[in-house]
Design a protein around this ligand. Structure first.
Ligand code: ADP
Ligand code: TRP
Length: 314
């Protein structure tokens, strides 16, 4: 029996190479050994994306992104969260078992509060909808970036709480966080993030790649530009990278040129595949629809058990 892998991706904009190495790539690497469920977390995105056209575009965009990086819809169930309305039902049930002070400890909420942002109930409740996504499919493994670790802990706590009150129902999922690429740095050396304007787009054009690399802040130590090296190390093994950086010690322009050509070699084939797929959006939507049907059927079967346990089926 293969383990069940599940992860969600918020459709909030174009991905960068930090998203790819920190999260997206793992789904492709793991698709053969697992029974995989990857979904587009559109209901989560609704906490911030409140515009029909933008939502439509982002959903299709995420599907294209994942198909372009090599996610195989024959191996992976790719779907939209909103095609599984049972998650909202389960999320509500979890709301009723969770205290407000417990959720107030969630980082995303605390950060938004600290920045004096207006917090909608959806943002506050975000971790419990995520718990529902995961637990409704009986997932064993949840690959994510480090920033989602706390959400997986909340998911486990919630499963335990439900099981304690209503009897053994949910499996406890394990997070899967790739240590080696925990945080991909951006062109300024901070964490690469679309909020910091320091990204290299995963499907960037050659021109955009050149511009981004030329913009890398070259603070150096012993002739090695550390930020250039850090990004380069995502694409090349340490031995050949160290040889190159030793040979070109102090020659920042040459090292940046080498990074540009390695980035282009890596990005161009994926960008071209994405462009080809984008010519036939109908085929992509069909894949999402078929995935949604599968995921919904599994979720409904689980909810029949849950409804029975909480005592609403009589
Ligand atoms: P951003 O910070 O650009 O808004 P998101 O928060 O949308 O990125 O992250 C989407 C996924 O990509 C998450 O699983 C996150 O952990 C991962 N991720 C984002 N930025 C990085 C990074 N710089 N290094 C590693 N993983 C990242
Ligand atoms: N919270 C995740 C993010 O912001 C997206 C997400 C929603 C998710 N539901 C999930 C991830 C379930 C893993 C499992 O990136």
């Amino acid at each position: 029996m293969k383990k069940i892998l599940l992860s969600g991706v918020k459709p909030t904009g174009r991905p960068h190479i930090g998203n790819y190495f920190g999260a997206m790539k793992q789904f492709v690497d793991l698709q053969n050994e697992h029974e995989s469920y990857i979904f587009i977390a559109d209901l989560h995105a609704l906490t911030t994306v409140q515009n029909r056209e933008e939502m439509n575009e982002n959903i299709l965009g995420v599907a294209l992104d994942y198909l372009a990086i090599g996610l195989d819809p024959k191996k992976v169930v790719l779907y939209k969260q909103s095609d599984v309305p049972q998650v909202a039902e389960l999320g509500w049930i979890f709301n009723c078992l969770t205290t407000v002070p417990y959720l107030m400890r969630a980082h995303a909420y605390k950060d938004a509060e600290a920045k004096n942002k207006e917090v909608n109930v959806g943002l506050f409740d975000y971790p419990l909808l995520m718990a529902a996504d995961i637990l409704i499919q009986d997932a064993n493994v949840v690959p994510t970036g480090l920033d989602q670790k706390q959400h997986i802990e909340i998911t486990r706590d919630t499963a335990e709480k439900f099981n304690r009150i209503f009897g053994e129902t949910f499996k406890l999922p394990e997070p899967l966080i790739l240590e080696s690429v925990k945080t991909v740095p951006g062109i300024d050396g901070q964490k690469m993030s679309k909020s910091y304007n320091n990204t290299i787009g995963l499907f960037a054009t050659d021109e955009e790649i050149k511009k981004a690399v030329m913009g890398i802040v070259t603070d150096s130590s012993a002739g090695v530009p550390t930020n250039v090296y850090a990004i380069h190390s995502l694409l090349k093994d340490k031995a050949s990278l160290d040889t190159l950086y030793e040979e070109k010690k102090g020659k920042y322009k040459d090292l940046k040129d080498a990074l540009i050509s390695d980035l282009i070699a890596f990005i161009k084939p994926m960008r071209e595949k994405r462009e080809a797929l984008a010519k036939n959006p109908k085929a992509v939507l069909e894949i999402l629809k078929a995935g949604g049907e599968k995921a919904r059927a599994r979720a409904e079967a689980k909810m029949e058990v849950v409804r029975e346990k909480i005592g609403v089926t009589l």
